[in-house]
Design a protein around this ligand. Sequence first.
Ligand code: CAA
Length: 376
Amino acid sequence: MNLRFTEEQEMMRKMVRDFAQAEIAPFVEKMEQGEFPRPILNKMAELGLMGIPVPEQYGGAEMDFTSYIIAINELSKVSATVGVILSVHTSVGTNPILYFGNEEQKQKYVPKLASGEYLGAFCLTEPSAGSDAGSLKSKAVLKDDHYVINGSKVFITNGGEADVYIVFASTDPEAGNKGISAFIVEKDTPGLIIGKDEHKMGLHGSRTVQITFEDMRVPKENLLGSEGQGLKIALGNLDVGRIGIAAQALGIAEAAFEAAANYAKERQQFGKPIALQQGIGFKLADMATNIEAARLLIYRAADLRSKGLNCGKEASMAKLFASKTAVEVTTEAIQVFGGYGYTEEYPVERYFRDAKITEIYEGTSEIQRLVISKQL
Ligand code: CAA
């Protein structure tokens, strides 16, 4: 494994870092007030960021997977909201069609997703099927040339904003998790009903909604892969998605560390900067060490993925460790800021609120341990 980024990867980092500072930072306050960052996504589309790892043949930038992870990492340093929107759009919104779609489906949807004309979303979780994704209850029944789908989904990131939804429903309930199938569903499909927006602790600019399917009619040619292949499609794409969420967590941790370190150098107590007080200096040392370890796990998993190798265990390890690091580092960053850290005047309280979800979505930390231990 090469521990240096290539020139192309460094260019991606610089381009996204400059873009995030110039365009996203001024929009953060609006997102905190709940505004979805549509203008930012339009600009990201112009820069080719909505389809970074997608082959040129399907309208993407055809860059390696590591470059994509670099982009999520850099975006999330400024806005974890923008980070998760891109991560969900690419890894679980676009990739299922790219990897499991037939040629007609790929031609129809992937170029629009990769160019940013379409936004993607992923509908797996249900009110009573979260970690146990294989127990979902939505049903799809083939009637003539359409599947009729009924059921409900929760916590759908990009829901209500997306143009294309990857929907999981059972075509054979008796077959249990082997009866789950995946479908490509367009936003205007009759029977697709966008429900309540969740009011979340963090990621205020990202939309998270409930969705119900009421006799939703999906053309049978929109079945992704074959009947019964759904859970494999979901779990296979989540492997990759988890590296993106790990990179989001890393970005949040890096931003919190940077803010805390800068503040510790300026803030004077007992006659010297608090960074020179051992209690704070050691804290910063631990924060920086954990961030470095998370970074290595993430880019190792990304490198495996870039080379087309199995990365499920490494992706789960990266997500498990990076999300824990994000929660710990943002907590400690508030401690470094003292009372000021608890106010909205400084960004560390936002980082703290944004960090927690990285231990929950795309598989909780407990599920990551399950995936890792099964593979051990
Ligand atoms: N890739 C491909 N196939 C896989 C796989 C993977 N990573 N992991 C398992 N499979 C296959 C298995 O081989 C098995 O097929 P066979 O029986 O033919 O071998 C099938 O899938 C079922 O596997 P398991 O029996 O291991 O499945 P399980 O029901 O015991 O569940 C689990 C395993 C790891 C707990 C899984 O359910 C899981 O990951 N749960 C967490 C769900 C999750 O991450 N949800 C996130 C929601 S999406 C989200 O948060 C996005 C967002 O909006 C931000």
